[in-house]
Ligand binder design. Structure first.
Ligand SMILES: C=C(CC[C@@H](C)[C@H]1CC[C@H]2C3=CC[C@H]4[C@H](C)[C@@H](O)CC[C@]4(C)[C@H]3CC[C@]12C)C(C)C
Ligand SMILES: C[S@@+](CC[C@H](N)C(=O)[O-])C[C@H]1O[C@@H](n2cnc3c(N)ncnc32)[C@H](O)[C@@H]1O
Length: 364
């Protein structure tokens, strides 16, 4: 073979490999985000690395420091930074629903995710004509599934402006914009009138609140008397031992890599709901047997994470992705390890379900 032919062949094969690596392998689980389109929310390119450093120095501290009165108030600001940094990576590597679900034999991740979301809609008996609030809605994966399944009108709230734009674009694309609204705001002070919703749900979102009572009190306020609220909570289980250094490392790792001001214990959740005035209808861990393990999907993704690491490194070197993306990706990789350890040891669950009712008459 002539040298020029060999060079051409090598160039064509190389281009095909790069195309396959970036566009085919690098495709999002749910079409819409690709590695070459990774932005860091509303952070400008030159600020990404600094913002990541600020985030990390805030959340890697012990939870007692983060929860201290002065810093507790800063949590929503850093949670907002966190979602600027991770939203695109989540969409690219996980999909439009930012939560876990029990794995279901013979069903895809996407189906298992949808069924976990529809379960929330069924628990609060959401139906056409109702107005339901999604507390911490992300880019709206659950909102669209719930609006489509129940026929209810869903209003989502998220602290992150970039997610609002993403969620609205997805709602429009799915033809659900008439029934799915998205508002940027803090769920600790919701911009909604008292007794203005027929139902509420939160999926793996209230764990970002420094005090669970503050968000539950807000949900209680905006619900009509008799309305139901369901939440899937991130908590430590009764198996967690504070005197076991490996347990402590796992839980600290989960907190730092997920913008959490401190995980609560499972038994605290119902007490908080009652404290703000709710009747607790049901309270149980949806991860317990016979449910399939929620962490299998995280463990199965390891080869993909390695490929993603190479991709973000290459894109950063080529200046397509901003500096700092590699560090954010590494943090998520570490987080995935801590989360699967938490699941395997049983010391942590991301789906402790609590179903509450606002009483018809609120005692004074
Ligand atoms: C509820 C929350 C988020 C839960 C999950 C949606 C995310 C938790 C950890 C995330 C990920 C970890 C590893 C990433 C991987 C290295 C990358 O290549 C592709 C994306 C990941 C799989 C990413 C996806 C989302 C998570 C599973 C918290 C924040 C309360
Ligand atoms: C892990 S995501 C889950 C999103 C969505 N429930 C889902 O399952 O796809 C957590 C969400 O809570 C939102 N959030 C966290 N703290 C918030 C706050 N103080 N006010 C409003 N939203 C908040 C984040 O912006 C994000 O959208």
């Amino acid at each position: 073979m002539e040298v020029s032919t060999a060079m051409w062949t090598a160039a064509v094969v190389g281009a095909a490999v790069i195309y396959w690596f970036v566009w085919v392998m690098g495709a999002a689980e749910v079409k819409g985000k690709r590695a070459v389109n990774l932005k860091m929310g509303s952070i400008t390119r030159d600020k990404v690395q600094d913002k990541y450093k600020q985030y990390w120095s805030f959340f890697r501290r012990p939870k007692e420091d983060i929860a201290a009165a002065s810093d507790g108030d800063k949590v929503p600001v850093f949670v907002d930074t966190f979602y600027n940094l991770v939203t695109d990576i989540y969409e690219w590597g996980w999909g439009q629903s930012f939560h876990f679900s029990p794995s279901l034999p013979g069903r895809s991740h996407r189906e298992a995710t949808r069924l976990h979301e529809e379960r929330a809609a069924d628990l609060i008996a959401a139906r056409p004509g109702q107005r339901v609030v999604d507390v911490g809605c992300g880019v709206g994966g659950p909102m669209r599934a719930i609006a489509a399944h129940s026929g209810a009108h869903v209003v989502g709230i998220t602290i992150n402006e970039y997610q609002v734009a993403r969620a609205r674009a997805h709602n429009r694309k799915a033809g659900l914009h008439d029934r799915c609204e998205v508002i940027c705001g803090n769920f600790l002070e919701m911009p909604f009138a008292d007794a203005s919703f027929d139902g509420a749900y939160s999926i793996e979102a209230t764990c970002h609140a420094p005090r669970l009572e503050d968000v539950y009190r807000e949900v209680f306020r905006v619900l009509k008397p008799g309305a139901l609220y369901v939440s899937y909570e991130w908590v430590t289980t009764a198996l967690y031992r504070e005197d076991d250094p490996r347990h402590v490392e796992t839980i600290r790792g989960i907190e730092a890599g997920n913008a959490l001001p401190g995980l609560r214990a499972q038994h605290e959740v119902a007490a908080v709901a009652r404290q703000v005035g709710f009747e607790v209808v049901e309270d149980r861990d949806l991860a317990l047997l016979p449910a399939g393990s929620w962490w299998t999907r995280l463990k199965m993704g390891r080869i993909a994470y390695w490929r993603n690491h190479l991709l973000v490194s290459a894109l950063t070197a080529l200046r397509v992705a901003p500096k700092g993306v590699v560090e954010v990706h590494e943090m998520l990789y570490e987080t995935a390890r801590h989360l699967s350890d938490g699941g395997e040891t049983g010391i942590f669950t991301p789906m402790h379900m609590i179903l509450c009712r606002k009483p018809l008459v609120t005692p004074n």
